[in-house]
Design a protein around this ligand. Sequence first.
Ligand code: HEM
Ligand SMILES: *[C@@H]1O[C@H](CO)[C@@H](O)[C@H](O)[C@H]1NC(C)=O
Ligand SMILES: *[C@@H]1O[C@H](CO)[C@@H](O)[C@H](O)[C@H]1NC(C)=O
Length: 312
Amino acid sequence: MARFGALILAALLGAVAAQAQTTPPPAPRPQLRFGFYKHSCPPAEVIVRDAVRNAIIANPGLGAGLIRMAFHDCFVQGCDASILLDPTPANLRPEKVSGPNFPSMRGFDVIDAAKAALERFCPGVVSCADVVQFAARDAAFFLSGFRVDYKLPAGRLDGRVSLESEALAFLPPPSFNLSELVDSFKVKGLDIDDLVVLSGSHTIGRSHCSSFSDRISMPPSDMDPGMAFVLKGECPANPNFTKDPTVVQDFVTPDKLDNQYYKNVLKHKVLFNSDAALLTSTQTARKVVENAFVRGRWEKKFAKAMVKMAAV
Ligand code: HEM
Ligand SMILES: *[C@@H]1O[C@H](CO)[C@@H](O)[C@H](O)[C@H]1NC(C)=O
Ligand SMILES: *[C@@H]1O[C@H](CO)[C@@H](O)[C@H](O)[C@H]1NC(C)=O
């Protein structure tokens, strides 16, 4: 019996070894826990929060970048910090240089600062993947005036696979319609409610003109004509890499993480087709109305959805 077991084991190992030559072994799925660094690095979460606080005092836009970074990390290879990897001779085109991330993604310096402080206190303990998700949590905390306040389980592992092609395949572009958006979230285990709730992030930060230029040119989109007129004044007719200014996403409370986004959606005063698309089904439109008018509802849901996304 023992010999038989050993044979099976040997066969299995052989199969694993054979597979390892072609594809890397699948990453183990870490079990996330609250207070993961309680013993191994007690000040970990405080250190990240301090770095994020300092950054946001200097520039609230960095907080917006950090929240977006958490999303873009989780949707490609899971939340594994693969978005942080720079090009190397062996991998010239990582996620970081892909269109959805470059040149628009910001906040990398904040992660570096947090990581540097962590290395001084507890070298080699805290994963970059956890730092990215903690940083987004803390950015939400400060930009919401402490209203979005949630605990985040940790223990994520850092990945080493980072491919531009996967960023292009999995990050939804702003031109997507509702069914395309729903599908891109579904693939990551997120549902329609998560889509509506997380899209509320577009209540802070900026966008480059190139991300919505289709919506302010002919033929006219469903964007509010007054807003389209203002944007035409801020954007060149054909934005390109050398000339691509930015505008704020939420012109009412640009640096506040609040439910203003949903009021903007209802007034057709949002930048992207993906934002406007939330009104194209009665199911999602109803959720937009709830988030816009039920006081405190969105903040709670957002915290929950961020925790869910951070487990992808
Ligand atoms: C539903 C599909 C989504 C699409 C199509 C989308 C698309 C975009 C685009 C095109 C920009 C502007 C980038 C630029 O030109 O600078 C942007 C910005 C932003 N997005 Fe999204 N996004 C989506 C979902 C999300 C989610 C789920 C989050 C976070 C949980 C998020 C957070 C942000 C933030 C905070 C910004 C502002 C970034 C900054 O100011 O640097 N977005 N998004
Ligand atoms: C969304 O776009 C896809 C691909 O272009 C198309 O097949 C689908 O019918 C569209 N869905 C809606 C609801 O317009
Ligand atoms: C980029 O766009 C600007 C303004 O539309 C234009 O003046 C410039 O020539 C363009 N540059 C390139 C490289 O296409």
